[in-house]
Design a protein around this ligand. Structure first.
Ligand SMILES: [Zn+2]
Length: 180
């Protein structure tokens, strides 16, 4: 999956989990954080990302990191974790969504359970294709791939926005820091 699909899914989940921040900057930072986490396994860090797919795209490895982070946060900032539990759960789901989306390429199969298993998962969607090269250049083929991903995942963002507007109108008066 390219960053288009991951970003749209991250923004959609972020929108559903967005706390009732009054400041627009806080909302934007929150959503950007979700978009960043949606692509976290692809981050170009040495020993991670596409340098080491067996590590960065292992649900076992990532699950261990998630567990460590949650336990660490619980120890260091338990009350904050409790206040923002919906956001934390949403962020973990966003992180995990990366692996599902990566199996949706028509020509991809992912060994997601290394080092425990080499079994490869593939859930191909006929119109979602891998990029022939990393852009730039943004040629016709790359733009077509982005376009199909946008068409596929944009409805999730629209639905999340509608859900958000409707839920906010049902539960008015939330202040900073409250989960709704
Ligand atoms: Zn990936």
């Amino acid at each position: 999956m390219t960053s288009v699909g991951h970003s749209l899914v991250g923004a959609s989940i972020g929108l559903v989990c967005l706390p009732g921040f009054k400041k627009i900057q806080n909302r934007l930072v929150f959503l950007v954080g979700f978009i960043a986490v949606a692509s976290l396994p692809d981050w170009p860090i040495p020993g991670w990302g596409h340098y080491r797919l067996d590590i960065s795209h292992s649900v076992i490895v990532n699950g261990g990191i998630m567990l460590g982070l949650v336990l660490g946060m619980r120890g260091l900032a338990g009350p904050t974790l409790q206040t923002y539990r919906l956001a934390v759960v949403g962020m973990l789901i966003t992180w995990l969504s990366h692996f599902l989306l990566d199996t949706l390429y028509v020509d991809s199969s992912m060994a997601l359970f290394r080092p425990l298993s080499d079994i490869e998962i593939s859930l191909p969607v006929p119109w979602l294709k891998t990029m022939p090269h990393v852009p730039p250049p943004f040629d016709r083929q790359i733009l077509s791939i982005f376009w199909y991903e946008a068409l596929t995942f944009m409805p999730f963002l629209i639905l999340a926005a509608i859900w958000r507007v409707r839920s906010r109108s049902v539960v008015p008066g939330s202040g900073d820091g409250s989960n709704t």
